[in-house]
Design a protein around this ligand. Structure first.
Ligand code: PEP
Length: 250
């Protein structure tokens, strides 16, 4: 039985004053039948991990370098992230794939480093609008999965987030049938590559304009084990609504 996961991605938002949002989440978080994760800017990781210690909430980062250390000005290593108390890292988010030209091979190298550092990789895949309109969605997802996910993956150190690029931050979402088709496809591919044990244990998140008013329907879709939430994770009350909807789907 996979434990449901509500993950938030604050992106480049949040100052230390915004840690009160996390305090509110920790105070009001429902019973730990599901896992909650907040992926934060690096500047907030240690403070947030300290606050979340002992609570059913994990803290994650949003990227890391492929190398363990070295001359990489401005970058963060997986070990540095772990040192803050964070336990997960988002990798291959479309904003990094596009704005930082990260291809799937780079994502795979980062994920391998994350695994070597005993952290969980939340690997994002997703098609562009042009790719969907050209009916290439499943081929694109297939290629991204094969190339982005390292052999070091297992049922606990890997989470896959399906995030259609055209749905991120736009208010647009695929139909429930489209979400289900891609999630079933990802599940089948993971089972084929890693075997049924690992393939069925990896959690699959949907991401792209998940909001309090559409989350319950999305959580009813087959092979959706939770959500990766951008904008709606910034305010504790919105994210709490999504957490509670996911809990109700257990
Ligand atoms: C995201 O940042 O991964 C995301 C899905 O953003 P939003 O929920 O704002 O579309």
């Amino acid at each position: 039985m996979r434990r449901k996961l509500a993950a938030g991605n604050w992106k480049m938002n949040g100052l230390r004053a915004d840690l009160v949002q996390i305090d509110r989440l920790l105070e009001l978080h429902p019973a730990p039948r599901i896992e909650t994760m907040l992926c934060l800017p690096a500047t907030l990781l240690h403070d947030a991990a300290t606050r979340a210690a002992g609570h059913p909430m994990t803290i994650g980062a949003q990227d890391c370098h492929t190398e363990a250390n070295g001359a990489h000005t401005g970058d963060l290593s997986a070990a540095m992230i772990r040192d803050t108390g964070a336990t997960a890292v988002i990798l291959g988010h479309s904003e990094r794939r596009h704005a930082h030209h990260e291809d799937s091979e780079v994502v795979r190298a980062k994920a391998r480093r994350v695994h070597q550092t005993a952290l969980t990789a939340v690997v994002c895949v997703g098609e562009s609008l042009a790719q969907r309109e050209a009916l290439n969605t499943l081929d694109i997802i297939d290629g991204q999965l094969s190339a982005s996910i390292p052999d070091t993956s297992n049922g606990t150190n890997l989470v896959v987030a399906y995030e259609p690029v055209w749905a991120i931050g736009t208010g647009l979402t695929p139909t429930l049938e489209q979400i289900g088709e891609v999630h079933d496809f990802i599940r089948a591919r993971l089972e084929r590559r890693f075997g049924p044990g690992v393939g069925r244990a990896v959690r699959l998140l949907y991401g792209g304009s998940v909001k309090p008013d559409n989350c319950a329907a999305i959580f009813g879709v087959s092979n959706v084990d939770g959500a990766l939430v951008g904008g709606a994770s910034l305010l504790a009350d919105d994210f709490l609504h999504i957490i509670k909807a996911l809990e109700a789907a257990v």
